[in-house]
Design a protein around this ligand. Structure first.
Ligand code: MG
Length: 356
């Protein structure tokens, strides 16, 4: 008899510990070690892979509903792949789109999605060069599922950035901004407020009205990232806190860099209405997925300059230095506003289903 433990559940796709173990024990177990030439292979489980000088990423989106305050599945799918490629320091330059459409999806809705993708591509200055379309019978797909894959390349901005890191850390030899690059003393910058995307999708799913205008932050961040690396530099790692939120992303950093990350609760940018909505629903904003935010690990000598740069541009106006890397513990801990310390564990899964 097949037990519930042996079936796929929503948690297997929800970011967090259950998904990480599932990916490790099934996907990586099946495919890991096959691409011997990959500089950053599948088993590194970073934001994207590196083969030669090419960064390669594939990402599927099954957000429900297709349209939500501040965005839609089209904008989400372009931004997701662009941001993951950018997190390694690469400049995205060609994408592929695979559509799985559900019988009954209105052509009007599809055209709205395609137009939104087009606008996002123009914003990110990237093109779709190949793709595929399939249709399945009416079921529970929710209209459509979308895959966007893409490649990115090295840029002058990345080279400049790495040179700047080396100025302050002579032992630094990484060619990309990997999760494993943090060392003690590095500062962690978050580019803006957390929780907005998950709550915006949740409000659309459940017909909830939080009495405010919480909208998704979904956006491509490649331009901002290239500018930070070119005009400031000193960025050792980046990660977009998507499924599993800030808690999951920071635990990835800590685990792969074998360090501790100390967060300061009073510096984490979060909208008041998001705090109130989270309290009402019993959600932890640290575990909610975001789609237009980036975490930067920066050498301490460049942290203030990187923050000043971010706060004067639209995409980073609420940025903060939210923490630093320490060797006094392993994992992630938060200095709370009341003066205590709280361990921030990797969440089991994103508390809001199908937000991406
Ligand atoms: Mg990512």
């Amino acid at each position: 008899m097949v037990t519930e433990r042996e079936k796929i559940t929503m948690l297997h796709g929800a970011g967090g510990a259950v998904m990480h173990n599932f990916v490790k024990e099934h996907i990586v177990k099946s495919f890991g070690g096959l691409a011997l030439s990959a500089e950053v292979p599948l088993e590194a489980m970073d934001d994207a892979a590196v083969i030669g000088d090419i960064v390669f990423k594939s990402d599927s989106h099954a957000v429900k509903p297709l349209f939500f305050p501040g965005g839609d599945i089209g904008r989400l799918s372009i931004s997701g792949t662009v941001n993951d490629i950018s997190a390694l320091g690469a400049e995205p330059y060609a994408l592929a789109s695979g559509f799985v459409l559900e019988e009954g999806l209105s052509l009007d809705d599809l055209d709205r999605i395609l137009e939104s993708m087009r606008q996002t591509l123009i914003e990110a200055d990237v093109g779709i060069v190949t793709g595929d379309t399939k249709v399945v019978e009416k079921g529970s797909l929710g209209g459509c599922v979308m895959n966007v894959s893409g490649i990115g390349k090295r840029s002058a901005a990345l080279e400049n950035n790495l040179q700047t890191v080396k100025k302050y850390r002579s032992s630094f030899s990484a060619r990309w901004t990997l999760d494993s690059n943090l060392v003690v003393g590095d500062k962690i910058i978050l580019s803006g407020t957390i929780g907005d995307h998950g709550l915006a999708v949740l409000s659309a799913q459940r017909g909830l009205n939080f009495g405010s205008n919480i909208v998704s932050d979904v956006k491509p961040l490649n331009k901002v990232i290239q500018r930070v690396m070119c005009e400031v530099g000193g960025v050792v790692t980046m990660k977009d806190p998507t499924r599993g939120g800030l808690a999951d992303a920071l635990n990835e950093f800590a685990e792969k860099s074998k360090v501790g990350v100390l967060l300061y609760e009073d510096r984490i940018p979060i909208r008041k209405d998001v705090v109130v909505a989270c309290e009402m629903l019993g959600l932890d904003p640290l575990e909610i997925g975001n789609e237009g935010k980036m975490l930067f690990g920066v050498v301490p000598q460049k942290a203030d300059e990187a923050l000043a740069f971010l706060t004067q541009i639209r995409e980073g106006k609420d940025a903060q230095i939210i923490g630093e890397v320490t060797d006094s513990f392993r994992g992630v801990a938060m200095q709370t506003v009341v003066g205590g310390k709280r361990i921030i564990a990797r969440p089991i899964g994103d508390p809001v289903p199908r937000i991406c």
